[in-house]
Design a protein around this ligand. Structure first.
Ligand code: DGY
Length: 327
């Protein structure tokens, strides 16, 4: 007798994914795609969770306890993205739902975006671009559009995981000295390869560095990790870069610090209440704003989709998924 083919898992995807990923999913799974690409409402998410084995959410979906309330069938949340702060992991665990993410494949793209902001903020890239487009540029001048030199400045990296390290590698090539704050100190060989200085005390590092970049996950511990008190510690010429999660920075305190000239500028790829942005940010010079696009390359998004597929396949074969978030 021939072995019975396993039933294809019912997979619901909450947003449009790259075409090749959707095509491959349709070949492998009983897949339901969200062709409108409109973020699902809370009710639609809860309904989807009750009708599928696998839900593929993204950072724009709030996967809270309500989603798990009637999710008897749901067994796997295969997140399209590395950050999982939009998922109530405790509720997932209680509901017996496995959570996976997509680490590794967006590291370089995100680190490149961080570098773009590290370079673009002190060198006033956005202001210069606006000037040219507005037809207000009157030609080169010895004192025009002066910014601050990158080379020789001190970079303070908060969170030295994959992305933090990729930023450190790039930053060294630009002549920045690398400082970092991380819960755990890196192994000595990694630290010396990156020529990175560890600061156990975040406050002390913030007071010392010229550019701060946030590269840690958003958790209960890192929520508003940088707020009014931390801005007060920073140097007046300091810049802050955030391509991790908006909620790690108290956006109101950031606006106040920028408005008061407490710090010199900010490069933001993420915001506390996306897609809403504190309107004060729009009018401040020295601020570069981009729309949560750290991982937004064709290659990166394709690779994220492939990771999602691999995680679902391994899980459907009865094994522990490659990128399981919960132990
Ligand atoms: C992530 O993966 O967490 C990004 O924020 C979206 O790609």
């Amino acid at each position: 007798t021939r072995p019975q083919a396993r039933p294809r898992p019912k997979v619901i995807v909450t947003r449009r994914l790259p075409q090749l990923v959707e095509t491959r999913m349709a070949e492998l799974f009983d897949v339901e795609l969200n062709l409108s690409d409109e973020p699902m409402t809370a009710a639609a998410l809860a309904d989807a969770a009750g009708r599928c084995d696998v839900l593929v959410p993204t950072v724009t979906d709030e996967i809270d306890a309500a989603v798990f309330a009637n999710s008897g069938r749901l067994k796997l949340l295969a997140n399209f993205g590395v950050g999982v702060d939009h998922i109530d992991l405790g509720a997932a665990r209680a509901a017996g739902v496995v959570v996976t993410n997509t680490p590794g494949v967006l590291t370089d793209d995100t680190a490149d975006m961080v570098m773009a902001l590290i370079l673009g903020v002190p060198r006033r890239l956005a202001e210069g671009e606006k000037l040219v487009r507005a037809g207000e540029w009157n030609g080169w001048s010895p004192t025009g559009m002066l910014g601050h030199r990158i080379t020789g400045k001190r970079l303070g990296i908060i969170g030295m995981g994959r992305i933090g390290r990729a930023v450190a590698t790039r930053a060294r090539a630009f002549g920045l000295t690398v400082h970092y704050h991380n819960r755990h100190r890196l192994p000595a060989e990694v630290e010396s390869a990156l020529e990175a200085t560890w600061w156990d005390n975040l406050d002390a590092m913030l007071a010392r560095v010229d550019i701060i970049t946030i590269n840690c996950p958003h958790t209960a511990e890192t929520h508003h990790l940088v707020g009014e008190r931390q801005f007060a510690l920073m140097q007046r010429q300091a810049y802050i870069i955030n391509a991790a999660r908006g909620e790690i920075v108290d956006e109101n305190a950031l606006c106040e610090a920028l408005t008061a000239g407490r710090i010199a500028g900010a490069g933001l790829d993420v915001f506390e209440n996306e897609p809403a942005i504190d309107p004060r940010l729009l009018d401040l010079p020295g601020v570069v704003l981009v729309p949560h696009m750290g991982s937004a390359t064709f290659e990166g998004r394709q690779a994220m989709g492939e990771k999602v597929i691999a995680n679902i396949r391994v899980w459907a074969d009865g094994h522990r998924p490659l990128d399981q978030v919960l132990e």
